[in-house]
Write a protein that binds this ligand. Structure first.
Ligand SMILES: C[S@@+](CC[C@H](N)C(=O)[O-])C[C@H]1O[C@@H](n2cnc3c(N)ncnc32)[C@H](O)[C@@H]1O
Ligand SMILES: Nc1nc2[nH]cc(C(=O)O)c2c(=O)[nH]1
Ligand code: SF4
Ligand SMILES: [Mg+2]
Length: 209
């Protein structure tokens, strides 16, 4: 990457943009509602079941002016979900400033593995065992979305729930490839532990992005 471009990426004036699309939020608290998604490339958390591995290598995604990303998003929706990749790989300050200054609601999907930057109206924290969230994000997460891939993930979810604020909404979401096996266990778990809710990747059932 050109040095001048790298400098702009480092300060968040440009971001490696993988894709952007207007769709229905499929997961968690806001599921079922229209939102514009901005998917930023770059992630080194390394979840073996990640459903967007194409996002991991930031070099494959063109550095794009943040101001252009903002202006384009606002053409579609006042609710903008920033995801990735791991968006907190990058400084989210300018992106969220731009979005909010033009009246958008800013939502983030994050593993929380890197320091929290940006001004967010909604933070969905989806913690990963392989690279734990920073301490600072637990107190400000609006929803905790724990992925259930195997039985040990229930204990991890409880451990993570102990760290978030009291009003953080707690979700268990089945890892897509093992959903038929894990959903019955999740249903049983949520009935026994009703502070938890079930989240499904409803966009995959709806055949939308
Ligand atoms: C692709 S990640 C990108 C944002 C961020 N890196 C993160 O992990 O939160 C978006 C959401 O999809 C979830 N996810 C990724 N792969 C999944 C899969 N195979 N099954 C279910 N959820 C998955 C993540 O846990 C996260 O909540
Ligand atoms: N429709 C839709 N909803 C989503 N919620 C979180 C997603 C993500 O990949 O971060 C996602 C996604 O990729 N599509
Ligand atoms: S942190 Fe998110 S983007 Fe990164 S590998 Fe895990 S699920 Fe995929
Ligand atoms: Mg997704």
């Amino acid at each position: 990457m050109q040095e001048s471009v790298q400098k702009l990426v480092n300060i968040g004036e440009m971001l490696p943009l993988m894709e952007e699309f207007y769709t229905i939020q499929g997961e968690g608290y806001h599921k079922g509602t229209a939102a514009y998604f901005i998917r930023i490339g770059g992630c080194d958390v390394g979840c073996h079941w990640c459903d967007v591995k194409e996002s991991w290598n930031a070099d494959l995604h063109p550095p794009t002016l943040t101001e252009k990303i903002v202006d384009n998003a606002l053409k579609y929706s006042n609710v903008v979900v920033v995801t990735g990749g791991e968006p907190l790989t990058w400084d989210m300050t300018l992106l969220t400033q731009g979005l909010k200054s033009k009246g958008a609601q800013t939502h983030i999907e994050t593993s929380g593995a890197y320091p929290l930057t940006g001004d967010w109206d909604w933070i969905c924290l989806s913690p990963k065992k392989v690279k734990r969230p920073t301490k600072q994000i637990y107190g400000v997460a609006n929803e905790l979305k724990c992925i259930i891939y195997n039985k040990s993930d229930f204990a991890f979810a409880e451990e993570q729930a102990a760290k978030v604020s009291e009003d953080c909404i707690l979700y268990l979401q089945p890892e897509w490839s093992v959903r038929d096996k894990m959903i019955p266990l999740m249903v049983d778990f949520v009935m026994k532990n009703p502070k938890w809710r079930v989240s499904l990747q409803t966009h995959k059932y709806l055949n939308i992005p």
